[in-house]
Write a protein that binds this ligand. Structure first.
Ligand code: ADP
Length: 289
C-alpha cells in the first residue's frame, strides 16, 4: 500500500499533516480490498480496487452514501476522498468503530429503514446509474414497478447469464413468462428509496451501538426488495421484521412473494459467483411458472 498517496489524500481533505502509521486488512467485503488506516489522528477506512471499472464503481458508491446520509437517520460513514492514480482507485471514508448492538438496535434499524422507505420520488429508478457488486445497475426512470423490475433488474441479468452459458434458451423463456405476469403478483406502492444491497455484511453497528449502513446500491424501488434481500442470507433478527411491520405495515402475502424479489440478488450472484446459484434461481422460477 502506498503510504504517501494515502497521507496526501488525508492531508488534502483535512489541511492537517496526518501521518499514516499502518494498514490493517478488513475482511467481509466481496469485491474490493479494504483496510483500516492507522494514523496519528483518527483511523480511516480505505477501499482499493485496481480494476478498469473501479473509478465509476466508487463514484457511484459515494453518491449512494451521500444520498443515504441526506435522506435517512442512519449512521452512514462520511466520505473523505475518492482518488484514481494509475490503475488504482482509492475510496477513503470515516472508520466506523464497531461496538456491540445497543438494546434497541433491531427496532431502531426497522424505524430508520421505514423512514428511508418513506422517501419517495415521481418514478422508479434514479437520476444516475450505479452498480450491484461489480455489475452495472441501470436506474432508468420508469412509471411502474413491475416494468422497472422486469426491464431494468431481471432482463439484464438474464441476458448476461444467457450470454455466459449459465442458463439455456428454455429457461430464458420460462423466466420471461414469469416476468409477464408480475403485475398481478406485486402490490402497487409508491417508489421508495432503497439501500439496494441490504444483506447483513452491509449492516454494521456504530460506536454507540446503533445501526450503520455501508456499500449501498441505492434507487427508488419497491420497499419489499430491501426486506426480501435481508431475508435471503439471514442475520437479521425476527424483532426487526416485527418492528418494521408495526411502523410501516406491508400488504398481506409478503412471505409468498419474497422469492420473486430475490430473483434479482440471486441472478446477480449467479453472474458474479457462478453456476452454484442456478439451483436457487431455478427453484423460484419453477414455483412461479
Ligand atoms: P465491498 O465493496 O468489497 O463489498 P464493503 O464496503 O462491503 O466492501 O466493506 C467490507 C467490510 O468492511 C464490510 O463488511 C464492513 O464490515 C467493513 N466496513 C465497511 N465500511 C466500513 C467503515 N466505514 N468503517 C469500518 N468498517 C467498514
Amino acid at each position: 500500500m502506498d503510504t504517501g498517496i494515502i497521507a496526501g489524500l488525508l492531508r488534502q481533505k483535512s489541511g492537517q499533516k496526518i501521518e499514516v502509521l499502518g494498514f490493517q486488512p478488513v475482511g467481509g467485503g466481496s469485491i474490493n480490498a479494504a483496510y483500516k488506516v492507522i494514523t496519528t489522528a483518527a483511523p480511516f477506512f480505505l477501499k482499493v480496487n485496481r480494476g478498469a471499472q473501479a473509478a465509476p464503481m466508487f463514484a457511484a458508491e459515494v453518491k449512494g452514501l451521500n444520498l443515504l446520509r441526506r435522506f435517512s437517520d442512519f449512521t452512514i460513514p462520511q466520505v473523505i476522498n475518492l482518488h484514481t492514480q494509475g490503475n488504482a482507485t482509492y475510496l477513503l471514508m470515516e472508520f466506523i468503530e464497531a461496538a456491540g448492538r445497543g438494546a434497541g438496535y433491531w427496532r431502531e434499524l426497522a424505524v430508520k429503514l421505514a423512514g428511508l422507505h418513506r422517501q419517495t420520488a415521481d418514478a422508479f429508478g434514479l437520476h444516475h446509474d450505479n452498480f450491484i457488486g461489480s455489475l452495472p445497475q441501470a436506474n432508468t426512470k420508469t412509471a411502474d414497478w413491475p416494468t422497472f423490475f422486469a426491464r431494468h433488474r431481471i432482463a439484464p441479468m438474464l441476458k448476461l447469464a444467457f450470454d455466459r452459458n449459465l442458463v439455456d434458451k428454455g429457461f430464458k423463456r420460462d423466466v420471461e413468462a414469469v416476468l409477464n405476469r408480475l403485475t398481478s403478483m406485486m402490490p402497487t406502492e409508491p417508489p421508495a428509496l432503497l439501500h439496494g444491497d441490504l444483506w447483513s455484511g452491509n449492516l454494521m453497528v456504530d460506536a454507540a451501538g446503533a445501526p450503520c449502513l455501508v456499500d449501498p446500491a441505492v434507487y427508488y424501488g419497491h420497499r419489499e426488495m430491501d426486506l426480501a434481500f435481508a431475508h435471503l442470507f439471514g442475520g437479521f433478527s425476527a424483532e426487526f421484521y416485527r418492528a418494521y411491520a408495526e411502523v410501516y405495515p406491508l400488504e398481506p402475502g409478503f412471505e409468498e412473494r419474497l422469492d420473486l424479489y430475490n430473483l434479482y440478488p440471486l441472478f446477480v450472484h449467479l453472474n458474479l459467483f457462478g453456476g452454484s446459484y442456478f439451483g436457487q434461481v431455478n427453484a423460484i422460477i419453477s414455483r412461479f411458472t
